[in-house]
Write a protein that binds this ligand. Structure first.
Ligand SMILES: O=C(CO)[C@H](O)[C@H](O)COP(=O)(O)O
Length: 240
C-alpha cells in the first residue's frame, strides 16, 4: 500500500506513459523517484501491447531502470531526436519555470529534454508552486567543473545574493560527484527574481558552470498527482 505521496507520484507517472507513449517512439527517461513508476508502467505497456520503443537514459539511474525492466536502451548517438522525454521535477512555478537536479542529473536531463519534441513532467502535489523557492528549499542546482567551484560560488553570491553551497555526499566523504565527474552547487535563499531567463543566462556565462537546474520554457505539460488520487494538469500558456 503506497503512501498518499507515493500514490500521487504513481498516478502522474501512469498518466504520462498512458497518454504520451506510442508504438515506435524514442523516449527520454528521466531520473528520480517518480520516474520509477513511469518505467514500471512503460514495461507493462510494452509487454501487453507489443510496443517497439527505444529508451534514452538521462542518468546512470535511468539506464539501470531501463535495463532492469528489459526495455530497449538507446543513446543520442543512435537516436538524436526523441519523440518525448518524461521526467520528474523538484519545483514548478505558475509560468512553468522548473527546478531540476535534486538528484544531480540536471545536465543529461537538460540535454535529453532539448532533443525531444516535448518534455512531459510528472510530479506530486508538493512540487506545485507559484514562485520558484516557495515550496522547494534545497535550492537551484548548478553543475560546475570541480576546480571552479569557489569562484563560481562567490560570483553567484555576489551578483545575485543568497547562499551557494557545495553539495556534500551522504555515504562518502566529500562532495557529490555527478555522472559527468562534476560538482553541484546549490543556490539557496535567493530573492524572488523576475526574469529567470536573464539569471540563467548570466550564471551559464560564468566560466566553470556546466549547466543549471533551471528548465525554462521547456516543458509542454506537467502532471501533478494529487493526494486524493486526481491529477492537476498545467500546460504552457504560450504554447511553447
Ligand atoms: O531532477 C531530478 C534529478 O536530477 C529529478 O527529476 C527530481 O529531483 C525529482 O525527483 P523525484 O521524482 O524523486 O521527486
Amino acid at each position: 500500500m503506497l503512501s498518499p505521496l507515493e500514490a500521487a507520484k504513481q498516478t502522474a507517472a501512469h498518466k504520462a506513459i498512458n497518454k504520451h507513449v506510442e508504438n515506435n517512439f524514442v523516449l527520454g527517461i528521466g531520473s528520480g523517484s517518480t520516474i520509477v513508476y513511469a518505467v514500471e508502467r512503460l514495461a507493462e505497456r510494452v509487454a501487453k501491447e507489443n510496443l517497439e520503443v527505444v529508451c534514452i537514459p538521462t542518468s546512470f539511474q535511468a539506464k539501470q531502470l531501463i535495463v532492469k525492466h528489459g526495455l530497449k536502451l538507446g543513446s543520442l548517438d543512435t537516436h538524436p531526436i526523441l519523440d518525448v522525454c518524461i521526467d520528474g521535477a523538484d519545483e514548478v512555478d505558475a509560468n512553468l519555470n522548473i527546478i531540476k537536479g535534486g538528484g544531480a542529473c540536471l545536465l543529461e536531463e537538460k540535454i535529453i529534454a532539448s532533443c525531444a519534441n516535448g518534455l512531459v513532467i510528472i510530479a506530486d502535489y508538493t512540487k506545485n508552486s507559484t514562485k520558484l523557492g516557495d515550496q522547494y528549499k534545497k535550492g537551484i542546482p548548478i553543475e560546475v567543473v570541480p576546480m571552479s567551484y569557489v569562484p563560481v560560488r562567490n560570483k553567484i553570491r555576489n551578483t545575485f545574493g543568497g547562499e551557494v553551497n557545495l553539495r556534500m555526499a551522504v555515504a562518502k566523504a566529500g562532495p557529490v560527484i555527478t555522472d559527468n565527474g562534476n560538482f553541484i552547487l546549490d543556490w539557496v535563499n535567493f530573492k524572488q527574481l523576475d526574469d529567470w531567463k536573464e539569471v540563467n543566462t548570466a550564471i551559464r556565462m560564468i566560466p566553470g558552470v556546466v549547466e543549471t537546474g533551471l528548465f525554462l520554457q521547456m516543458a509542454k505539460i506537467v502532471y501533478f498527482g494529487q493526494a486524493d488520487g486526481t491529477i492537476k494538469e498545467q500546460t504552457a500558456k504560450d504554447g511553447h
